[in-house]
Write a protein that binds this ligand. Sequence first.
Ligand SMILES: *Cc1c(COP(=O)(O)O)cnc(C)c1O
Ligand SMILES: [Zn+2]
Length: 401
Amino acid sequence: MAHPTHRSYLLRLECPQCKRVFDPHQLQTFCPDCRGPLVSYYDLESVRRHTDRDALAARPRGMWRWAELLPVFDPAKIVSLGEGDSPLLCLPRLGAHIGMPHLLLKDESLNPTGSFKARGLAGAISKAHELGVERVIIPTAGNAGGAMAAYASRAGMQAAVYMPKDTPQANMLETRITGAEVHLVDGLISDAAALAGARARDEGWFDVSTFKEPYRLEGKKVMGLEIAESLGWQLPDVILYPTGGGTGLVGIWKALKELEALGWLETKSFPRMVAVQADGCAPVVKAFEENADTCQMWQGAQTLASGLRVPKSFADRLILETLRESGGTAVAVSDSDILAAQRHLATAEGLFVAPEGAATLAALQILQRRQWVRPDERVLLLNTGTGLKYLESSFPEEFAH
Ligand SMILES: *Cc1c(COP(=O)(O)O)cnc(C)c1O
Ligand SMILES: [Zn+2]
């Protein structure tokens, strides 16, 4: 296995709110004072001196070719299943049909376990492995549990997963088959999080909940690095991101800022970041529209896009800051529009995307009607997973026969 020999330039972790610094050579969780996420800072000046942007393209494919900008110090501790380097596709037929000729889609369904959660969990589990963790626990809306279980197996760790009992079947099965403990919770991911958190405290498991450890963010960040590289170090005008916990939204923006500091970008124009949520669970949209700094817990969250069924993200401040700093916005879409968009992507381009990914197309059509995007703009949809994991929810009756 061709592990990179390039070293990480991670310097420190910092709480963006109180600026307290944390040591990345110790196991870290979140800021105990602010109860918010920690962010990784790298010695970008040294990366800039020692690393050639174009040499990265010649390294073996996958997310770990960005080792300098990832948190694992010892390459032998990297736990990989081949995640990263997902295709960036042009969508000319769909684009012509909706009047957006420069439409792009980054297709994360090709990742191990069928979703982009693989990137985040590869980051978190690798770093935990480096720091000697042997038992990991997670609350999940579905895909994160499957991905964590897979990477934990690969690392020889014990795994426990808490998921709502209406999580897609595929997520339960992919988790169980790895030998992980699966606990079905009568409630939402927030209820699962409370149970997993209590178990972690009582029994000393390491909790890899979204943003409650620092490195899922770093794994997901690589999507931003890949997008810039694939476009010849130019950037799209708009990126639509289906937002649950918001790791990828915050991560892509972080990556673009790191590339700017490295002097690797060929443009000064940054994308407007759009958080896409479902009508039945839209805490970020509500907070954005009310000009609030944080989200309120969404009551009675409901949508078939299980990855978007997150009543309140632990990183709500960072999500809202990213939207505002980038000049972006937040949009909620209905489940019926999600299903229509899912079919549209399949009929026009052959892509059977996850409902969360389809939500980005539904949101784009709303933004077109509001004239928030212009037809000549380069818009990137992020498809976060494969439709094959949602067979029970994706198929209206007419397809069942
Ligand atoms: C988890 C998930 C999301 C939401 O991602 P966040 O980074 O938590 O916002 C979107 N789509 C799919 C398929 C997911 O599994
Ligand atoms: Zn703090």
